[in-house]
Design a binder for this molecule. Structure first.
Ligand code: AMP
Ligand code: FES
Ligand code: ZN
Ligand code: ZN
Length: 345
């Protein structure tokens, strides 16, 4: 039942995508377009009925070929950015959202014979949102039979995100992001993982780049790479295997593989400017398919290198170790220890 509902909403979504293709054409051209569309709506690989049109790639795919295409794209991204070597232990951060669920499924397919994989979910203590996310995580881990761990921030540090947000005057997502990054890193150190994989998508990366271009935040831009290698003994390397894949593609991957994901949004994310930016970026992609990929690739291949050679000796020069936890910081106490002190005071 649930599956057919998913498929129904997916079919509706695909119709919408097709409709958008003709949005700017007049009626005659539209009719011509419809005829062509009927002719063209075949999978570019096998000629059976196409299920999705990927304008940026100029292809249409049936369900089976979309699955293969998605897996191949993730595998290619891993190779291109030299994210994973054989036998490395990979810790996969899973929030329960469509992106990290799709990543977990795809990485299991790609790496099951060559790497040790471990899935981790952080229980943030955000009411129903956290309860449901944890259930979804447990369910997928038992379905795909992957070793896994749930870490509750309340049990580990004595406070939930709800409590931290009440005490600290900072955007909730930035408090939450800081805590999640620390927990993922601490757990990766504990289990001797070589890499931490997160489900940041192309849309996430491009949104982050746009926001930081606007703010001229070079320091943040220099910290953003699809593969951030280990630069300190306490900081585990981070990889983003979905960095060239859009939000819509991860959603479609979940739906056609019948993977459940959390559909209610985080209550703190609803007013976030990031969501508004994401919408604007989607409009840019509509006007010029391929914009998001160009932005990301040009940043990593050209702009990042230019910034690095020009600025890397000028920004964040002073690297100390936090007097409490030993993590790298530009001050005496790291941002995480300062936050913990404030919340628990
Ligand atoms: P977000 O910062 O919420 O956009 O999440 C980005 C990525 O961080 C996700 O795709 C996950 O890989 C990871 N992540 C976010 N929340 C959690 C969580 N509660 N537990 C484990 N990993 C998470
Ligand atoms: Fe962290 Fe919403 S998931 S604030
Ligand atoms: Zn096909
Ligand atoms: Zn510290």
């Amino acid at each position: 039942m649930l599956y057919s509902l998913c498929l129904m909403s997916l079919d509706m979504m695909i119709l919408l995508i097709f409709a958008l293709e003709y949005k700017y054409q007049d009626r005659t051209r539209l009719r011509k377009g419809e005829k062509q569309m009927r002719k063209k709506s075949k999978c570019s690989m096998c000629k059976s009925k196409a299920f999705i049109s990927l304008k940026y790639a100029g292809i249409r795919l049936c369900k089976e070929h979309f699955k293969t295409y998605f897996i191949n794209r993730v595998a290619k991204t891993i190779k291109k950015y030299q994210m994973i070597k054989h036998n490395e232990k990979i810790l996969i951060g899973v929030s329960g959202g469509k992106d990290s669920i799709a990543m977990l499924h795809a990485l299991t397919e790609i790496l099951k014979d060559t790497n040790e994989l471990m899935a981790v979910h952080i229980d943030l203590g955000i009411n129903e949102y956290s309860t449901k996310s944890r259930e979804i995580f447990n369910q997928i881990c038992s379905t795909i039979k992957i070793e896994n761990k749930v870490i509750s921030i309340k049990e580990k540090y004595g406070f939930t995100i709800n409590e931290a947000v009440r005490k600290i005057r900072r955007p909730p997502c930035s408090i939450c992001g800081l805590i999640k990054r620390r927990i993922l890193n601490e757990y990766a150190l504990e289990i001797n993982a070589d890499k931490i994989a997160t489900g940041h998508t192309l849309d996430d990366e491009v949104t982050f780049l746009m926001l930081n271009y606007i703010n001229g935040n070079i320091n943040m831009l220099l910290k953003r790479k699809p593969h951030l290698p280990k630069i300190h003994e306490k900081l585990i390397a981070r990889i983003k295997p979905l960095c060239e894949i859009s939000d819509l593609e991860t959603q479609i991957y979940c739906l056609i593989n019948n993977l459940k994901y959390i559909e209610i949004p985080c209550p703190y994310a609803q007013d976030s400017p990031i969501l508004k930016f994401k919408k604007i970026i989607m409009q840019l992609e509509e006007i010029r398919p391929g914009t998001k990929l160009s932005l990301l690739r040009n940043f990593t291949n050209k702009i990042y290198k230019a910034l690095e050679s020009h600025y890397s000796d000028k920004v964040d020069q002073k690297i100390n170790e936090c007097i409490k936890c030993g993590y790298p910081t530009s001050q005496d106490l790291c941002a995480f220890c300062r936050l913990k002190e404030k919340v628990l005071s």
